[in-house]
Design a protein around this ligand. Structure first.
Ligand SMILES: Cc1cc2nc3c(=O)[nH]c(=O)nc-3n(C[C@H](O)[C@H](O)[C@H](O)COP(=O)(O)O)c2cc1C
Length: 604
């Protein structure tokens, strides 16, 4: 075989970059038989497991049959749309996902998992390799078609057996075959520069660096995901967007200052967007981080530990308060298992990221190792990355973990220098005796780990606050404090907060558990709080202390203490409204409304 030169390499990379999935702009122009033959020949040169060549190509030209297939796809489109949260459904309504009727050719690419008998080399060990081989053939076809100037659109809105039955009846498709792809093929008016789903804002391309692991999993060039997030947070500059928003606010047809805190949120969103008006932060997703706590053994709550995984099941089944509120505001719910004691079965919406099955009892030793605490934070950063790449524009923190208000209060005590007796709250509604025990447990744990705030000096009128102004251990070593008295879900939320900030994506912070996580995250990256919006104030005293320490003003104060992300979700529409106001409220000049500054006689 002759050597390939630089021109070949350039040509190949050009074709790779120019390949697109095409659903719009197919024309009636007939596809040249010879060109189609070359494209199919390219597919047929694909690598295959054991050289089994398990593919076949069924070329469909009949418009009637294509219309029947299009009807099957339309039904699946409807079913998918019905499954979406409202904000996603609105975006999906504008997307085209197939061109079965318009494209003059349909190519059904099948896989014969039985081809070659039982001794196919490689497939005998890994049966899935047969279908993977067929996917390689599709990719060859796709690239060759692009080189021929033909558009290809892959359609997966089919129930495979339903489609196979129809094709069996109409054109004799053998029923032992798997259908790997339906491809719309034909001439097109244009090839877009970027994926249509990217241009529509449905999803974003993940940076290559996220996908490349050097030597060990999670090690990328420049460090792990947390290193990357901290570096991005350190250089988070919001000045230009904020200035643009403040300038626009002076020209909007509302009295100066009348939008109050909503305007401040708009300024914050503009700062993150680097522009004004900022995009409306939809769709939103609440990530409910779940973990168990060894300190549960100290009797800090009457609820059994199993409630953590039972509630996770409830979230996944759609039956919890977080689900009701998410539906109301059009948000998606995902559950991240960073540390549930029980092992959880796979389920749609569950992200299995377990670092360990629950923490250890913080009164007996550290809740977790430093490495585990870091791994849970990294998991949170990676969840933020994936959710943002999936097209979400607003992240909402959620949490589940029986006994997690104990860990949260301990962290708030350590980071704010407030005594355990002041930070400790009633969590799910504990009685006086349990409250006293909980505070004592927190005191014991903090003391054991050298995190207990210094006692007040004599004569101090405020006996509840620490007097020592020197930096305490928690601020010096946030991950150490997290490992000592924190929780896995708290660590995960800290990661979500940092990951969101690193991607300039606003994060709505829920109650006391998220507040504790925010203290850890802010100690790691002070700049990151520019991306955080306090959704509400919970009744837990530690939450108010955390918010004050962070300088965050909650949007809502509803006397809530559910957790799960409920309070933050209720604030999501306010955040969206803040962006919409900047985009849609007319300016005095554009609306022809007199500005009182320029026309003093106009009255108040
Ligand atoms: C296995 C597979 C199935 C796909 N199914 C669909 C589909 O049903 N509808 C659709 O519009 N696009 C489908 N696509 C296309 C993807 O949306 C597209 O590849 C992606 O958005 C990236 O865009 P690009 O191919 O133009 O780079 C599919 C792609 C693959 C690889």
């Amino acid at each position: 075989m002759s050597a390939l030169g630089p021109d070949d390499r350039e040509a190949l990379y050009r074709v790779l970059a120019a390949r697109r999935d095409v659903r719009t702009g197919f024309t009636d122009e007939p596809v040249d038989d010879a060109a189609l033959r070359r494209v199919l020949a390219a597919a047929h040169t694909a690598p295959s497991v054991g050289f089994s060549q398990p593919w076949d190509f069924l070329v469909l030209r009949d418009a009637g049959l294509r219309a029947e297939l299009a009807d099957l796809a339309a039904a699946q489109r409807t079913a998918f749309a019905a499954s979406l949260p409202a904000a996603r459904a609105r975006a999906f309504a504008g997307l085209k996902v197939e061109a079965i009727r318009e494209a003059p050719l349909g190519v059904v690419v099948t896989c014969d998992p039985t081809r070659g008998g039982r001794h196919v080399l490689g497939r005998a060990t890994q049966p899935r390799m047969a279908a993977h081989s067929v996917a390689g053939a599709v990719q060859n076809l796709w690239l060759a078609a692009r080189a021929e100037g033909l558009g290809v659109g892959w359609v997966s809105f089919f129930r495979e057996r339903e489609m196979a039955a129809l094709l069996g009846e109409r054109v004799g498709l053998p029923q032992h075959l798997e259908i790997v792809a339906y491809l719309c093929v034909g001439h097109v008016t244009a090839f877009a520069d970027a994926p249509e789903l990217e241009s529509a804002g449905w999803a974003r391309r993940r940076p290559l660096e996220w996908a490349v692991h050097e030597g060990t999993w999670g090690t990328h060039v420049g460090g792990d995901a947390l290193d990357d997030a901290l570096a991005a947070c350190a250089s988070l500059d919001v000045a230009a967007g904020e200035a643009a928003a403040r300038e626009r606010l002076t020209r909007m047809t509302v009295p100066p200052g009348a939008l109050g805190q909503v305007a401040e949120v708009g300024v914050q969103l503009s700062g993150l967007a680097g522009d004004c008006p900022p995009p409306v932060p939809e769709p939103a997703v609440v990530a409910v981080f779940a973990g168990d706590h060894g300190v549960h053994a100290q009797g800090v709550t009457p609820w059994p530990q199993e409630v953590t995984h039972q509630m996770v099941a409830n979230f996944l089944a759609g039956g919890a308060a977080v689900n009701a509120f998410a539906t109301q505001v059009g948000a998606e719910v995902v559950v991240v298992d960073v540390g549930v004691a029980a092992s959880l079965d796979p389920a749609p919406g569950l992200l299995p990221r377990k670092i360990r099955p629950g923490t250890a009892d913080m009164t007996m030793g550290p809740a977790m190792t430093l490495a585990e605490a870091r791994a849970a934070v990294v998991a949170g950063v990676e969840v933020a990355r994936d959710l943002v790449a999936a097209g979400n524009r607003l992240l909402v923190t959620g949490d589940m973990g029986i006994a997690n208000t104990t860990a949260s209060a301990a962290l708030v005590s350590a980071f704010t220098g407030t005594s355990p007796e002041v930070v400790t709250g009633r969590g799910t509604g504990i009685d006086d005796a349990t409250l006293a025990r909980k505070a004592a447990v927190i005191r014991t744990a903090l003391s054991r780990h050298g995190l207990l705030p210094s006692p007040p000096r004599e004569g101090n009128p405020d006996a509840t606050r620490a007097l020592e102004s020197s930096p305490h251990a928690a601020a010096d070593d946030p991950l150490g404090a997290l490992a000592a008295v924190g929780g896995l879900e708290i660590a995960g939320i800290a990661g979500l907060l940092l990951g969101g900030a690193a991607l300039r994506t606003p994060v709505v912070v829920d109650g006391v558990v998220a507040g504790a996580a925010a203290l850890v995250a802010a100690a790691l990256a002070p700049n990151a709080s520019q991306a955080w919006i306090a959704g509400h104030r919970s009744v837990e005293p530690a939450h108010t202390l955390a918010l004050a320490h962070l300088g965050l003003e909650p949007l809502l104060d509803l006397g809530m203490r559910v957790g799960e992300g409920t309070g933050a979700l209720l604030a999501a529409p306010l955040v969206a409204a803040a962006a919409r106001a900047l985009a849609e409220v007319a300016t005095f000049d554009s609306a022809g409304v007199a500005d009182k500054n320029t026309t003093p006689e106009a009255g108040s």
